[in-house]
Design a protein around this ligand. Structure first.
Ligand SMILES: C[S@@+](CC[C@H](N)C(=O)[O-])C[C@H]1O[C@@H](n2cnc3c(N)ncnc32)[C@H](O)[C@@H]1O
Length: 235
């Protein structure tokens, strides 16, 4: 798998936090991430025989929720840079009785090893923010999506209101690394979190970038006053 220095650092960081990831994720988002994924799943549900690609699958939360909500013959392939995350995703799919419909593969979002138009859906939750090259990753997601397919991207975002931004910024910059350290995670990794959100384009800008990556129709919904957003992008 081709990897830049950024990708190597990402894989190392997510390998390190993998054992605590689920717990910390729910704790740091006060459980909101579960409802946000549920909304993304409703927008991406698969019909008979359809297949989705879950980019940056992590421990598999989105993939498993999508399979559970989709037709019993639908399948999901989850990819990630982190072997630790992939191992956990596989184990969880097996435990949930979904292993036969789920495959976890090591791959880089910026160089997807799949044919053009291979997938009915391409989904990503809290993953695209981590790409070393966002444009390249989104272009790849567009490339592997079939005509008439749909990409659903759930990601943290920048709230449009200055007041909400200030409150959220305070929480993120000061509280989350301390909370993460307290709970046994890697505070460095959770310091990365607010920085990565601050660097990431806002919802309107992300919609524009998705358009530039080759998606013809793009819309988005803000969640929790804009702390997160779901973009729906179609060819
Ligand atoms: C914050 S986790 C989110 C995991 C999961 N989607 C969820 O909803 O909990 C982001 C994941 O994206 C992966 N990732 C980051 N950059 C990637 C890339 N270029 N290609 C593939 N996976 C990547 C990381 O290794 C990590 O497991």
């Amino acid at each position: 798998m081709a990897r830049s220095d950024h990708d190597r650092r990402m894989a190392e960081m997510f390998d390190t936090i993998a054992p605590h990831y689920d717990f910390l994720n729910h704790a740091l988002s006060a459980g909101r991430d579960v409802g946000w994924r549920r909304r993304a799943v409703a927008l991406a549900r698969l019909g008979p025989g359809e297949t989705a690609l879950d980019v940056g699958v992590g421990t598999g939360d989105l993939s498993l929720a999508l399979l559970a909500a989709s037709d019993a013959t639908a399948r999901v392939i989850g990819i990630d840079l982190s072997e630790e995350m992939l191992r956990r995703a596989r184990r969880r799919a097996d435990a949930a009785g979904l292993g036969a419909r789920f495959t976890a593969e090591a791959a880089n979002a910026q160089a997807l090893p799949y044919a053009d138009g291979r997938f009915d859906r391409v989904v990503a939750a809290f993953a695209v923010r981590n790409f070393g090259d966002l444009d390249a990753g989104l272009r790849q997601m567009r490339r592997v999506l079939r005509p008439g397919g749909r990409a659903v991207v759930l990601e943290l975002s920048t709230p449009p209101s200055a007041l909400v931004r200030a409150g959220f910024g305070l929480y993120f910059h000061h509280l989350s690394p301390r909370l993460a350290a307290l709970l046994g995670g890697d505070p460095g990794a959770y310091r990365y979190l607010p920085r990565s959100v601050a660097r990431f384009p806002g919802a309107e800008e992300l919609a524009r970038i998705l358009g530039a990556a080759g998606f013809g129709r793009v819309r988005f919904e803000r969640l929790a006053l804009g702390v997160a957003a779901i973009h729906v992008a179609e060819p």
